[in-house]
Ligand binder design. Structure first.
Ligand code: DGJ
Length: 740
């Protein structure tokens, strides 16, 4: 059984990992193990010396051997002589804020727990066991229900927290972590993913020193700057070996990760809603649910950890029916025309797309209201047929008649001051009534914490999708949020606005994706500024970055791949010189880099010659032949782009087909050819290289690797496919006399 409870010992077992908690004689829930399976109660490792200046609970009488400050606790409250960062912090009606959580009860459920209003992992074919452990502060009558669900095959444990106020008065939640985890030893590196617009998810690895290390977003969205996911790894862990723990928050709003190393070299990790911009008034008899956190452990380095998260996303996080389907290869007009297009131009692009046998044309920003620049029109979701020069329905029909699907860009959450919506409903904008709001990209944020605004947007986009034959929606969001203030809420609740805003986004996404399950949704936030587990629950793919430069993209996709499967990675071939960097790369390089993703084009196809369109057609056909690999396969990072070579491998689950792609950024004279080692192929298997028929053993590919070319080019991309062969006569005979 994945979950067992015996004499106060809770064991959560996945295929390769074990998570344990134990209630001690004071009723405190201790965290006693997370790591490989050990088949025993790991409490024997508990070792708590007497530590000066660590306080002792009253019930310990005058014993100095028991202090909450030095134990590995499962979900610590604050203010009771544990001086480390608390997982939860509550201000009670009397103004005090200590929370002493003791074990109350537990329950095993034969289904996955759910979180009202929040995206969370789900069971698909097999049922998933959950565990609910209730802790209680007996003085203040606050219940903290810890929720766990075990995804055995994926080696993932999902967890969340429900706080229930059973006191007689409202309380204020100041901090609520979705997870807290104490490690008794502290020799770890933290690997996290920072960045900026057009340069998201840059991987950084730092050793954990004493004190506190945190990453956070206070922008109201998970952000380009920090992604809500990180790894704790042994200092010696690599892509292929060593212990690594991955943590991911299924949340799209402001978040914080704290990693603290204490006086005993213990580590406490907490992750949840960012506390400095949050508080929540919890009325008597009400509950608050924290966003879900996912945890996974690998004893075979980051490669295995990534595979586990990728499987988890595909099997239990992305709820769209498109998750296992081949996605349309699209042409998006943004970098082709920006705001400067009409129906005729779009149809010309569609003609070229048809020649190149693409699947879908996506009409990006600029099709509605007075939207001819990013200073105006947001919020007026009425088609500008004057600009198109034809009825919208005629444009869509003509595109469909060319054999292409039709997709459309929207940005529901924003408004321009120069718009009918703003003129009619200035009160729907998020800003304090006593201060003028900050603009960003010249736009303001609609108050989605207000259910009336959510209902209005639901109506607008339901009409748009019901009245028009639209196959795909790109849901964009182009600024960080500031001036958090919802005019609907009383002053005491204003700190709830950021979280309520995200709940409003989820509500709208839930309604639209449920009403239109056949419409493919792609998320976007100025590229990947809200690419996280929360949004991927609703949208099966995400525009990974506004940076389409092939070299930069290898870094962005490298970082993104640690947690998110490549089937979610919105990736396009764009024009050269690249619009973000000015770099010129070959069409082949751009195609190779866009392959581990949803694939498409973001350039003016009408500017391409017939030969170039033919190349696009061939590139697309090759991509299609690999789509099964991309959607269902395992992805391995073979090299870090920092080395000057970006290289990755995609194999099907049975390891019958293997694709290796590489980009070499820089050439130096008089060097050997770069060598790339493949991963995770079954010992004894034989593979034929498709390009020239050479037979390789799996061991040769893994330990010897393959050589890349060394042509002197400004940029060079390589790709090789290998297919597994059964015929033993191909096996190179190392012992025969004729061998050299
Ligand atoms: C930002 C997106 O990331 C781009 O792809 C494009 O859709 C623009 N917004 C349109 O305003």
């Amino acid at each position: 059984m994945p979950i067992t409870v015996q004499d106060g010992l809770f064991s959560l077992t996945t295929r390769d990992s074990l998570y344990q908690m134990k209630v001690d004689s004071y009723g405190v829930l201790n965290h006693t193990w997370y790591g490989p399976k050990t088949d025993m109660d790991m409490e024997y490792l508990e070792d708590y010396p007497e530590i000066s200046f660590s306080g002792n609970p009253w019930e310990a009488k005058f014993s100095r051997m028991y202090s909450l400050n030095d134990r590995t606790l499962e979900y610590p409250g604050g203010g009771i002589s544990d001086y480390r960062t608390p997982a939860v912090s509550i201000i009670h009606a009397d103004g005090s804020s200590s929370l002493d959580l003791r074990y109350e009860s537990c329950k095993i459920l034969d289904h996955k727990y759910s979180l009202p209003g929040l995206p969370s992992s789900f069971e698909r074919e097999h049922s998933v066991q959950s565990l609910k452990i209730t802790l209680k502060d007996y003085v203040h009558n606050i219940f903290v229900h810890l929720l766990y669900a075990v995804f055995e095959e994926e080696n993932v444990i999902a967890r969340s927290v429900q706080i229930e106020n059973c006191s007689n008065d409202p309380v204020i939640i100041k901090k609520v972590s979705s997870m807290s985890l104490d490690f008794p030893t502290g020799d770890f590196d933290v690997i996290h993913f920072h960045g900026r617009h057009a340069m998201e998810r840059m991987m950084e690895r730092v050793p954990i020193g004493h004190g506190e290390f945190s990453i956070a977003s206070r922008r109201g969205h998970s952000s380009h700057q920090h992604n809500p996911a990180f790894i704790l790894a042994e200092p010696t862990a690599t892509e292929t070996c060593g212990s690594a723990y991955g943590f991911l928050l299924m949340y799209s709003g402001s978040f914080e990760v704290e990693v603290q190393k204490d006086q005993l070299d213990q580590i406490r990790v907490t992750m949840g809603i960012e506390p400095s911009t949050f508080s929540w008034v919890l009325e008597k008899n009400e509950s608050f649910y924290a966003p879900e956190a996912l945890m996974s452990y690998s004893d075979q380095g980051f490669g295995r950890l990534s595979n586990q998260f990728h499987d988890m996303f595909r099997n239990h996080v992305i709820r769209s029916q498109f998750v296992n389907k081949k996605r349309p290869v699209l042409i998006n007009n943004w970098e082709a025309t920006y705001f400067n297009f009409d129906g005729k131009k779009l149809l010309e692009i569609a003609d070229a797309a048809r020649k190149a046998r693409l699947d879908m044309l996506v009409l990006d920003d600029g099709w509605f209201g007075t939207r001819n620049s990013d200073f105006e029109g947001l919020g007026d979701w009425v088609v500008n047929e004057d600009k198109l020069g034809m009825p919208f329905s005629s444009l869509i029909d003509q595109i469909h008649a060319k054999g292409l699907k039709f997709g459309l860009w929207i940005e529901p959450e924003m408004v321009s001051e120069d718009s009918e919506l703003f003129r009619t409903h200035p009160e729907w904008v998020m800003n304090s009534p006593v201060r003028l709001p900050s603009r960003s990209r010249s736009q303001l944020v609609l108050d989605l914490a207000n259910p009336e605004v959510v209902d209005y947007l639901d109506g607008v986009f339901t009409r748009l999708l019901s009245e028009n034959d639209i196959d795909y929606i790109k849901w964009d969001m182009n600024r960080s949020i500031s001036d958090f203030y919802s005019k609907l809420l009383p002053p005491i609740q204003q700190q709830e606005t950021g979280h309520r805003y995200i709940l409003g986004v989820y509500e709208l996404a839930d309604r639209l994706t449920s009403k239109f399950p056949d419409v493919l949704f792609e998320g976007c936030a100025g590229g990947g500024g809200r690419m996280d587990g929360g949004m991927l629950y609703y949208f099966p793919q995400y525009w990974c970055s506004d940076n389409t430069d092939a070299h930069c993209r290898t870094f962005i996709q490298h970082g993104t791949s640690f947690f998110y499967p490549i089937s979610t990675n919105g990736s396009h071939v764009s024009a050269v010189p690249n619009h973000q960097t000015g770099r010129v790369t070959s069409l082949k390089t751009r195609g190779v880099v866009a392959t581990p993703g949803t694939f498409g084009y973001e350039l003016d196809l009408t500017q391409l010659s017939d030969e170039q369109l033919e190349e696009v057609k061939e590139q697309t056909e090759v991509y299609r032949s690999r789509q099964n690999l991309i959607i269902h396969g395992d992805y391995f990072r073979l090299s870090d782009p920092q080395t000057g070579i970006a290289s990755w491998q995609i194999s099907d689950k049975d390891r019958n087909r293997v694709l290796v792609q590489s980009v070499v950024f820089e050439r130096r004279p008089n060097t050997r050819k770069p060598r790339i080692l493949l991963r995770n192929l079954p010992a004894g298997a034989l593979y034929r290289r498709v390009s020239d028929g050479t037979i390789f053993s799996a061991q040769a590919l893994i330990y010897g690797g393959i050589l890349l070319g060394c042509e002197l080019e400004t940029d060079a991309a390589y790709e090789e496919e290998f297919v597994r062969i059964e015929d033993d006569s191909f096996r190179p005979d190392c012992n025969s006399d004729s061998s050299i």
